[in-house]
Design a protein around this ligand. Structure first.
Ligand SMILES: Cc1ncc(COP(=O)(O)O)c(C=O)c1O
Length: 458
């Protein structure tokens, strides 16, 4: 074992015995200013306060450590939500990763020469994924997906993409909605308008739903001579028996590149791509998020013949050469591997999933709990679930927790965190069930209902 293990916290250091509304005035004022200066208020849809608790969410972090985040108003919360949007898999301000990063900052993180750590990172990734021989690096998940799709098109000389799920904001992906404005519905973010995406890209993207092999086969049959890639996450929920093997076979038969998007799924239940556990090898795989514990770094790995096409098409950026991203990734992966972090993430996720179910049962509140354990998801199975989820966030905030419909486990989460969280969920589910029964959910809210999906703010 190397690195610093999570320390057991003092018993529920943040949890409030007496729930009380938190004052987030400074956070609200700054966000109101941001909305005038920054279209959409934030750089990531999933960090919009309107998606959590409009007018009440703490909005901005002043500092964070382990599983705790402090806001601008001096409140500290235990984060039991989607934790750094799934990037901080070890925990906030991890001492080992930050130590390695600080060392390269002091050594000079950007020069005219290259970062030696990127070679070490490439070596580490191909060692973890023996089917792959080469790697390229960028800084964001969607960016790496755009690179991978370009490589697939360059390698095959073909244009069509069969896809399933969400893969970022770039033109290649949003162009799916040029063909049919419901093409992206059911792929995590519905209703994304392709405004600004050149109409010339129309007709290149062909959606299929996860576990629907027949739909993929139909696309393959129609476009087999021009199918460049099959692009998908290997897992959201678990694959039906034979589904991934069937996808692999379609790729083999058509010559399409099988591209697994491991941006969110990677480094959760094993060290590396979740496909290693599922036993199906792609031709390209993309990593981001957890790989750098929150520092910007993403990777495309793949078979030599396909990756070599990156030399025949121009893929190049100054920002991809700095040293912090690759250093953070090497330190994160080593700590992840050496401490069997995946085992801890799975156990924390399983405990939260079981706790949600038991708390909901006790409160007689119908819920569904799904996802893989380290990326657990909760939904209320009632006629109008959004106000109830907003109320859950409000009630949990009053008790010292950041919480919503998902729990993304971190190595910094401990059993004491989960115990306190589940106790608070029991409390809140009881209140929500009572409000649902009395038809008073919206009256219990101190602000508007949170919204899901993409929409204009003002
Ligand atoms: C599966 C998947 N692909 C791509 C992306 C885009 O990554 P990024 O937000 O780093 O650009 C995400 C982000 O949530 C994702 O979940």
């Amino acid at each position: 074992m190397t690195g610093t293990a999570p320390t057991a916290p003092k018993a529920n250091p943040v949890r409030r015995n007496e729930p009380k509304p938190v004052n987030t005035a400074k956070g609200q004022a700054l966000y109101n200013k941001a909305r005038r200066l920054i279209p959409g208020g934030t750089q990531l849809l999933s960090k919009r306060p309107e998606m959590f608790l409009p007018g009440g969410w703490p909005n901005y972090a002043a500092r964070a450590k382990g599983a705790e985040v402090s806001d601008l108003d001096g409140n500290t919360f235990i984060d039991m939500s989607i934790c750094g949007i799934g990037a901080t898999v070890l925990g906030y301000a991890d001492p080992d990763v930050d130590g390695a990063v600080k060392a390269v900052i002091d050594a000079g993180s950007m020069t005219t020469l290259n970062a030696p750590e990127e070679v070490e990172l490439a070596e580490l990734l191909v060692e973890l994924h023996p089917w792959a021989r080469m790697a390229r690096f960028s800084r964001a998940g969607g960016e790496a997906m755009a690179i991978a799709v370009r490589i697939a098109r360059a390698a095959t000389g073909k244009q069509m993409i069969a896809f399933c799920g969400y893969h970022g904001w770039h033109d290649w992906y949003l162009s799916a909605n040029l063909a049919d404005d419901s093409a992206l519905d059911g792929h995590l973010l519905s209703g994304l308008a392709p405004k600004g995406v050149p109409r010339g890209l129309k007709g290149l993207m062909h959606p299929f739903h996860y576990n629907d092999l027949a739909a993929l086969k139909a696309i393959a049959q129609t476009h087999q001579d021009n199918l460049a890639a099959i692009v998908m996450e290997p897992v959201r929920n678990m694959p039906a028996p034979g589904f991934l093997e069937g996808v692999r076979q379609v790729a083999n038969e058509t010559g399409a590149v099988l591209l697994f998007d491991e941006v969110t799924a990677g480094f959760r239940i094993n060290t590396g791509g979740i496909h290693l556990t599922l036993g199906v090898e792609p031709d390209l795989a993309v990593f981001a998020k957890a790989m750098g514990n929150g520092y910007p770094i993403s990777a495309v790995i793949g078979r030599e013949k396909i990756m070599s096409a990156a030399q025949d098409t121009f893929i190049s950026s100054t920002a991809w050469t700095e040293r912090i991203g690759s250093t953070a990734a090497v330190a994160t992966i080593k700590k992840f591997r050496d401490n069997n972090v995946a085992k801890h993430l799975v156990r924390m996720g399983e405990r939260v999933m079981a706790g949600w179910k038991a708390a909901a049962e006790a409160a007689k509140l119908p819920v569904a709990v799904d996802g893989i354990a380290p990326l657990a998801h909760l939904s209320f199975k009632i006629p109008n679930p959004k106000p109830a989820m907003t109320l859950f966030t409000q009630l949990m905030l009053d008790r010292g927790y950041l919480a919503r419909d998902g729990f993304y486990a971190m190595y910094a989460h401990t059993d004491a965190h989960v115990d306190g969280f589940i106790a608070a969920c029991e409390d809140c589910f009881g209140i929500i069930a009572g409000a649902v029964k009395a038809g008073r959910v919206e009256q219990e809210l101190r602000g508007p209902v949170a919204h899901a999906g993409f929409q204009r703010l003002t």
